[in-house]
Design a binder for this molecule. Sequence first.
Ligand SMILES: NC(=O)c1ccc[n+]([C@@H]2O[C@H](COP(=O)([O-])OP(=O)(O)OC[C@H]3O[C@@H](n4cnc5c(N)ncnc54)[C@H](O)[C@@H]3O)[C@@H](O)[C@H]2O)c1
Length: 263
Amino acid sequence: MKTVVITGAASGMGAAVRQRMLADGCRVIGIDLRDADILADLSTPQGRAAAIDAVLSRSGGRIDQLVCCAGLGPHVDPATLVASVNYFGAVALLDGLFEALRQGSDPCAVVVSSNSATLQSWEGSPLRDAYLAGDEAAVRAMVEAAAAAQATRDQAGYIAYASSKHAVTAAARQRAAAWGQASVRLNVVAPGAVETPLLRAGLEDPRYGDAIRDFLPPLGRRAQPEEVAALIAFLCGPQAAYMHGNVVFIDGGLDAVQRPLTF
Ligand SMILES: NC(=O)c1ccc[n+]([C@@H]2O[C@H](COP(=O)([O-])OP(=O)(O)OC[C@H]3O[C@@H](n4cnc5c(N)ncnc54)[C@H](O)[C@@H]3O)[C@@H](O)[C@H]2O)c1
């Protein structure tokens, strides 16, 4: 029986992945702020360390799959929380559970990013550099500065969200060489708009609601969380044995429309 660790397992895509993995006969260890096997706050270094310790003790130091779904949307205040959970919460779990994954059978991890990761260029951005250097204090200071400046005040949440998703995608790809040599596959899923509580809260936010409503893909509908869970289950399964370091969009065609010449 495969042991699968899922962050953000209480809601939305994490809950759908949990259901899917249980249906596939896996043992699931869910991590979340509530309604999970392990209650931990991934916005803080202490919470991340506690989550990792709890997984290691429950699993005996051996897991087969890790799916990082925990995350916050751009509407959440303060915006620094978005950066801390979406990037540092995911990367800490990847690195902290890498050795346990190495002990697993056909091990792999999947990180849930977003197609917001590619909506603007972060080339040469000090914010991106700070994320990738692991400098959480610097990231939080830059996001705080964006939230304080009149010109960017209403966009600070979006800046934190898009930059965190861009950086977490880059961080996963940066690990492809070392993880591949250890035979631990690591892939990224980049959803468009998915019908979850996070999306619904964003739609109700006066700063972001209209932009999210306008974000309709060519297929003319948003995704259901189960559709993303099916992709994640595929990426974790034997038919994806040669997929590694890849970013897979699941967005109803949004990325193709937004960046037809870039792939
Ligand atoms: N819904 C969308 O349209 C969409 C699109 C692209 C990417 N995403 C990303 O998908 C992932 C899942 O989002 P969702 O839409 O299912 O949202 P959701 O709100 O339904 O679920 C997210 C889960 O993460 C948990 N979480 C948040 N902060 C946490 C913390 N500090 N510590 C531990 N757990 C925490 C929440 O409690 C919640 O259960 C997120 O990373 C999100 O950014 C969502």
